[in-house]
Design a protein around this ligand. Structure first.
Ligand code: 2BA
Ligand code: 2BA
Length: 109
């Protein structure tokens, strides 16, 4: 068995959950925050049999889209009177960041 841990954009998470449920998979969603942008994203945990991993990866790939976001870099150390005009940096976010982990043991009590 594998645990697929997928970090996705919040805007994609509901549709992805719907498609996973429709296909008969089970999942748990956790609200998370990206360390770099400090913006909300969603982490979806999906426990599946090994042979189902490719299908779940396809659903994730089809359901999650890359977005361009802009971040303001941290201001440099400034002398008094200096003016700093930050220019936003373009960052490509997602579709999805996916980790597939081996599950040693699974119980459902
Ligand atoms: P964030 O950490 O908010 O990162 C958003 C996007 O900013 C990233 O998109 C990447 O394009 C850029 N980025 C992140 N860290 C950076 C850094 N140290 N220097 C320069 N640019 C950086 P994605 O790679 O698509 O990642 C989307 C979200 O997936 C991330 O949100 C984070 O929550 C998660 N993630 C990505 N890689 C991860 C990893 N290796 N381990 C844990 N979480 C990860
Ligand atoms: P349980 O199977 O006891 O699951 C309880 C909760 O545990 C689930 O909540 C989900 O958050 C998590 N979970 C269970 N199996 C998982 C897995 N393989 N990977 C990741 N997380 C898992 P819900 O998703 O709200 O489901 C509540 C109950 O509805 C489930 O109880 C199950 O009896 C049923 N169910 C869930 N998904 C279904 C599906 N795709 N088709 C039919 N019934 C489903």
């Amino acid at each position: 068995m594998k645990l697929i841990l997928s970090i996705v954009n919040r805007d994609d998470s509901n549709a992805l959950i719907d498609s996973l449920m429709r296909t008969g998979y089970r999942a748990t969603v956790v609200s998370t925050t990206g360390g770099f942008l400090r913006a909300g994203n969603a982490t979806i945990m999906i426990g599946v049999e090994d042979e189902n991993v490719p299908e779940v990866l396809t659903l994730i790939k089809e359901g999650c889209h890359t977005r361009t976001q802009y971040v303001n870099p941290l201001p440099p150390v400034m002398e008094p009177g200096e003016l700093y005009m930050p220019s936003p940096i373009e960052v490509q976010v997602g579709g999805a960041t996916v980790f597939v982990m081996n599950v040693d043991d699974f119980h459902h009590f």
